[in-house]
Design a protein around this ligand. Structure first.
Ligand code: FES
Length: 155
């Protein structure tokens, strides 16, 4: 997995002085190490920096790059913007939901996959488009998606 549970949370906390201005750096490092920010981690960050929990929580939920729920090793994002929608993207989402046994916005129990929908990936000419981890998949079809999930699961 890309997460790195071997990194101790205290080790991350100690990287920065206990001041409010280091909140974002701490959240970024925790997100990078664990692929999400647990409530316990957020509380430790608050204890260390003196930032109120409500402020830290608001910050962590404001930025899309932070997640307060565990995410899968592989992140699948399907575009549901207008161009992709018209070219069958909802069907791709349904296929993935059925194949993975989760709904969009959820993560599989084995933490292998997270499925998300987005509004436009800026590649409308290639609709329907999805992104698997960092890789764009243009002209997504049920067949392509099936193979993609199989390949990622085996990797
Ligand atoms: S609408 Fe899907 S990439 Fe723009």
């Amino acid at each position: 997995m890309s997460t790195s549970p071997l990194i101790d949370i205290d080790e991350i906390i100690e990287r920065y002085p206990g001041k409010p201005e280091f909140l974002i750096f701490l959240l970024q490092d925790i997100q990078a190490a664990y692929n999400y920010i647990s409530r316990e981690a957020l509380e430790l960050v608050c204890d260390h920096t003196g930032v109120p929990f409500s402020t830290a929580y608001a910050t962590a939920t404001f930025y899309q790059s932070f997640s307060l729920k565990p995410k899968g090793e592989h992140n699948l994002r399907v575009c549901l913007g207008t161009a992709c929608h018209l070219k069958g993207a909802p069907r791709i989402v349904e296929d993935l939901e059925r194949r993975l046994g989760i709904k969009a916005g959820e993560t599989t129990d084995d933490l292998q996959f997270t499925l998300e929908t987005v509004n436009c990936l800026g590649a409308c000419a290639l609709a329907p488009v999805m992104v698997a981890d960092e890789e764009y998949v243009p002209g997504a079809t049920s067949k392509k998606v099936e193979k993609l999930v199989k390949d990622l699961a085996a990797s």
